[in-house]
Write a protein that binds this ligand. Structure first.
Ligand SMILES: [Zn+2]
Length: 304
C-alpha cells in the first residue's frame, strides 16, 4: 500500500484531508555559509511557525512537503520539533541543492557514496532525529547540469529507484528538465516519479507539455507570490485541457523561518492558497478538480 513517510510516522491517503506539496519550515539560502548559517533556537522557530500550521489545519490541510535540501540550511531537528508541537506531519527531503550551494563533501564524494547516503536517509533516518526522509530534493543550474549536479542526480535515481520514492528538482529551464529526464531514464528511473519544481518559471509551455507527456509532475508552486493568480489559473487550465490534470501539483513555496531574518519579518503565511486561490479555482469552473489537486495528486506524487 502507498504510504507517506512523515515526521509523525506513516500516513495513508485516507488520513489526508488536504496536502501542500511545496512549502518550507526552516531554510537558509545564504551562500557561503556566513556566521549564523542554519542556526535557529527551537522555541523561536516553533513560536513563529506553529500558529500558521494550526491555521492551515483549520483550513483543511493536514500534511505538507518540506522542500529544504542539504545546502540550504536543512534542520530536520527543528522541522520535527515544529511538527510535533503543531501535531502536523511534514514530509522531509534528503538530497542536495545546486551549485554553488553544494557542500564540499558532496563534491568530494563518489556517486556510490552519495547513493548510499540518500538511501540511508530514506530507509534508516536522518542523523539522530529518528525521522526518515520521504523523498529526494535536488536542483540544476539554468544553463544545464554541471558535472557534480549530474553525479548527484544519478545517485538520486539509484536511491529513489531502490526505495520507491520521488525525486523533485528545482529547475528553471525546460530544456534542463528534459536533460534530467534523459539522465533518469538512462538510470532506469521513471519520469512518472519526477516532480518538476517551479514549472511556472519556464515561459515556453511546450516544455510543460513535453515533460508531462513523458510522465513528469508539473508543480505550479509559487501561488501567492509570482506570477499573479490569474496566470496560475491559466497554467492550470492549460494543463487540465491537455489531459494532464492528474499530474499537476499546486503549492506556495511559503513559510519559512529564515536565520537571516530571525524576527520573522520574512515569513509568508501558508494560508493564502486555501483562502484566496481556491475560490478563484471554483469561479473558473474547475472546482471539480479540488480534491484531485489538493489531496490525491500530492499524496500520489510523494507516497512510496
Ligand atoms: Zn522552495
Amino acid at each position: 500500500m502507498a504510504i507517506l513517510v512523515t515526521t509523525l510516522g506513516d500516513r495513508t491517503l485516507e488520513q489526508i484531508t488536504g496536502m501542500l506539496p511545496h512549502e518550507h519550515v526552516f531554510t537558509d539560502i545564504r551562500q557561503g555559509e556566513p556566521a549564523g548559517f542554519g542556526e535557529g533556537a527551537v522555541e523561536d522557530v516553533k513560536g513563529l511557525v506553529v500558529p500558521w500550521l494550526e491555521r492551515l489545519q483549520e483550513q483543511g490541510v493536514n500534511c505538507m512537503v518540506e522542500c529544504t535540501p542539504v545546502g540550504c540550511g536543512r534542520r530536520v531537528d527543528l522541522m520535527k520539533a515544529v511538527s510535533e508541537a503543531a501535531k502536523f506531519p511534514l514530509v522531509v527531503a534528503t538530497g542536495i541543492y545546486r551549485e554553488p550551494w553544494i557542500p564540499q563533501w558532496a563534491h568530494d564524494a563518489t556517486l556510490e557514496q552519495l547513493y548510499q547516503w540518500m538511501r540511508d536517509e530514506l530507509n534508516e533516518g536522518i542523523g539522530d532525529t529518528g525521522v526518515r526522509a520521504g523523498w529526494i530534493k535536488l536542483s540544476a543550474g539554468d544553463d544545464g547540469l554541471t558535472e557534480v549536479e549530474e553525479k548527484i542526480l544519478r545517485a538520486a535515481a539509484r536511491a529513489a529507484g531502490e526505495c520507491g520514492v520521488t525525486i523533485g528538482s528545482h529547475t528553471i529551464r525546460g530544456s534542463v528538465v528534459l536533460r534530467q529526464l534523459d539522465v533518469l531514464q538512462e538510470e532506469g528511473f521513471s519520469p512518472e516519479r519526477f516532480v518538476w519544481i517551479h514549472t511556472q518559471a519556464e515561459g515556453d509551455r511546450e516544455y510543460h507539455m513535453e515533460a508531462a507527456a513523458r510522465g513528469a509532475w508539473l508543480e505550479f508552486d509559487g501561488i501567492g507570490g509570482s506570477p499573479a493568480d490569474e496566470d496560475y489559473l491559466e497554467l492550470l487550465h492549460t494543463a487540465i485541457d491537455a489531459g494532464f490534470g492528474d499530474q499537476v501539483l499546486l503549492s506556495q513555496d511559503r513559510g519559512w523561518y529564515d536565520p537571516a531574518h530571525p524576527d520573522g519579518s520574512n515569513f509568508k503565511p501558508y494560508t493564502y492558497l486555501m483562502e484566496a486561490f481556491v475560490p478563484l479555482v471554483r469561479e473558473a469552473g474547475l472546482g471539480g478538480w479540488e480534491e484531485q489537486l489538493l489531496r490525491v495528486n500530492p499524496f500520489r506524487a510523494f507516497a512510496r
